[in-house]
Ligand binder design. Sequence first.
Ligand code: 2AM
Length: 169
Amino acid sequence: MRLFLALVPPPALRRRFGELADTAHAHCSGRRVPDDNLHLTLAFLGEQPERQAEELADWLNGIRIAPGQWRLDRWGHFAGPGIVWIGGEPENPLVQLQQSLREKLEGLGIASQPRRFTPHITLLRRAEQPPGPSLPDFDEEWSYTRAALVLSEPTDQGSRYTPLAWSRM
Ligand code: 2AM
């Protein structure tokens, strides 16, 4: 089972990020991530056996993450895979959250990626153009309280993401 830990935006914010994805797509082309798939990856766990997935779900159901606020106000780009993303200040509470989850996962004997973390929400993959100055400014705040363990499955229409478990509120 291909698994990752993520923050999932509430519906209104997800729609807003979807609008930004449409705007980015109009400028940069590439493959737009569907609204239902928009998320922030905290830890990518890769392929895990089913039993490990059950243990991870039990573990996540029993913990709380530190709630926080993430301000998103900038466009970003990973040139290699042509990813266009939105994010914020490099120094923010998500870095601490990612680090603490990484350490907890290591305690469970599970290695996770990435080691160096750039908090971002991927909007486009394989973009033909980098985001440029003609893209509009934006300023959004995301108050998050819980993390999800998400199953990623390939389909004919691309990846399907299904939350399997949530941390406590
Ligand atoms: P992305 O948003 O930067 O594309 C499910 O595949 C999620 O896990 C994606 O959101 C992706 O992040 C992330 N992911 C996939 N492969 C990864 C890897 N090898 N290292 C870190 N994150 C990865």
